[in-house]
Design a protein around this ligand. Structure first.
Ligand SMILES: Cc1cc2nc3c(=O)[nH]c(=O)nc-3n(C[C@H](O)[C@H](O)[C@H](O)COP(=O)(O)OP(=O)(O)OC[C@H]3O[C@@H](n4cnc5c(N)ncnc54)[C@H](O)[C@@H]3O)c2cc1C
Length: 457
């Protein structure tokens, strides 16, 4: 062992002693568990893992990493882990143990710590008849999702989760804990609301909540070979949809796994998911054209808002997957043909899901005080399949690429940080001007590029 390595080890030993949480190194028994991301296809091999329990742990980790010449990669769940890249010169800073959520019903806000999952916020908010701008899946982390933008089922009405952040507690590149908001370092506050994890470790967020106890929501299922008709009807519905209605047209091949519910297990469908902020009668009327196509299963009805996490039928826990997304301009019937040809019944596609979410509404409006995220396209597509072993992953990647290529004519020249799982440019993520501003802020707050994030600025 060289003198340098010895000194490195002594810095890590000292860090380990001073943490409320744990430092895990490659030789430790807990190594594999500590480095495993939600997306099991990401084989994360950092220099060390810190399982932080407090903002103080995060400060100590940042200072130690600086002294070691290592980088810091903050991670809550690892839903976004496949785009993180090489971690060998980084400490993977897992916030999984930081799970505090407190709701202030009078201020309609929640203070949420860095390891919290969306279902935990939705459940806490529901006790006060409030709703958060949660991700489609119960176990997506609040932080990666919100720092990258955050498109919820309520997004057409209330906008991005990033723009519902009222303040953030951070640890900066010097290891100093401070709050950023509209008054305190507003530039950095702007950058973290959509610019991702390149600027600081965010230890807590204050999020606005909305008075939404219930919604009209559910899924209409049809045989996959009727996909053209179903997607065309859905597209027409989106043309005149009020901001209160968010929907997704989708092709799904449900795997024959025990955790998949009986009525759909092992079967293929075209389907439309809807979430409507209004009463049942209006919801039924709005979705009538879809019902006229005789769905084989229709789960629509009034549900508590906290159960919106069931609507998209995301996996119940960690899985190995490969996916990618594309932001789209207004779609024509030719786009439906392209989706069906690349992923429909006769395509031979292996993908579990190809979805197109309707955007617009509040997402397309830019308000003073908004953050860096920009999601102004009409629709966004995401295609995903399983990647448990290299041979399957290769086939999935080819099938995903085929769908993305088929949608190229409708490309909005924009990518969404949270749905982009392949390399892209800052200009595509943010536009030239915003990306320039983000670069300037990065240069000021983290000139040594300490923070390693997916889609780095
Ligand atoms: C099943 C599934 C469903 C999804 N549904 C939606 C959806 O409905 N809408 C949507 O918009 N997106 C959705 N996504 C995409 C999701 O928003 C991204 O994968 C996001 O990165 C997940 O955040 P996370 O914290 O769980 O992931 P992580 O992988 O833990 O974090 C992703 C990145 O965020 C940054 N980060 C995380 N925590 C911190 C922190 N404390 N401080 C600083 N930076 C941090 C880091 O750069 C990290 O690499 C979904 C993804 C999956 C897999």
């Amino acid at each position: 062992m060289t003198a340098l390595l010895q000194s490195e080890h002594s810095i890590l030993d000292r860090l380990a002693r001073r943490l409320d949480g744990e430092l895990v190194r490659p030789a430790d028994a807990a190594w594999d568990e500590a480095r495993t991301a939600w997306n099991l296809a990401a084989d994360q091999r950092p220099a060390a893992v810190v399982l932080a329990e407090s903002a103080a742990d995060i400060s100590k980790t940042v200072v130690a990493a600086g002294a070691l010449g290592l980088r810091v990669a903050p991670q809550g769940t690892g839903h976004g882990a496949t785009v993180l890249g090489d971690l060998s010169d980084a400490i993977l800073l897992r916030t999984t143990r930081m799970r505090g959520v407190s709701v202030d019903p009078a201020r309609r806000s929640a203070r949420v710590e860095a390891g919290v999952l969306w279902q935990e916020v939705s459940d806490a908010a529901a006790e006060h008849d409030l709703a958060a701008l949660a991700g489609s899946s119960h176990d997506v982390g609040v932080f990666g999702y919100t720092l990258g933008g955050g498109v919820s089922w309520l997004a057409r009405k209330y906008g991005l989760s990033a723009n519902s952040v009222r303040g953030a507690e951070i640890v900066d590149a010097d290891g100093i804990a401070r709050r950023v908001d509209h008054e305190n370092d507003p530039d950095l506050f702007w950058a973290i609301r959509g610019g991702g994890g390149s600027f600081a470790v965010v230890t807590a967020l204050e999020l606005e909540l909305y008075p939404v106890p219930e919604v009209y929501a559910g899924t209409l299922f049809y045989p996959l070979d009727g996909a053209s008709e179903v997607l065309a009807a859905w597209l027409e519905l989106t043309d005149s949809a009020p901001d209160e209605l968010m929907s997704c047209g989708r092709l799904m091949r449900f795997p024959d796994f025990p955790f998949v519910p009986e009525p759909v297990r092992g079967q293929d469908f075209a389907l439309v998911e809807v979430a409507y902020l209004g009463d049942e009668a209006d919801g039924v009327e709005l979705t009538r054209p879809l019902r006229e196509l005789s769905p084989v299963l229709d789960t629509t009805g009034i549900i508590p808002a906290r159960r919106l996490s069931e609507l998209h039928m995301d996996p119940p826990g960690p899985v190995p997957g490969h996916g990618d997304g594309r932001m789209l301009e207004p779609l024509s019937l030719e786009a439906v043909d392209a989706i069906v040809a690349s992923a429909g019944a006769p395509s031979g596609s292996s993908l579990l899901s190809v979805e197109v979410r309707h955007l617009g509404g509040a997402l397309a409006e830019s308000k003073p005080g908004d953050g860096a995220a920009i999601i102004d396209s009409a629709y966004m597509a995401f295609a995903v399949g399983m990647a448990p072993v290299p041979a399957v992953a290769e086939r999935t990647a080819a099938d995903v690429a085929r769908v993305m290529a088929a949608l190229e004519p409708w490309d909005a020249e924009r990518d969404y940080l949270n749905f982009r799982e392949s390399e892209t440019t800052g200009e595509r993520l943010f536009g030239e001007e915003r990306y320039g501003r983000l670069r300037e802020i990065k240069e000021r707050v983290d000139p040594d590029d300490l923070f390693l994030s997916n889609h780095p600025v």
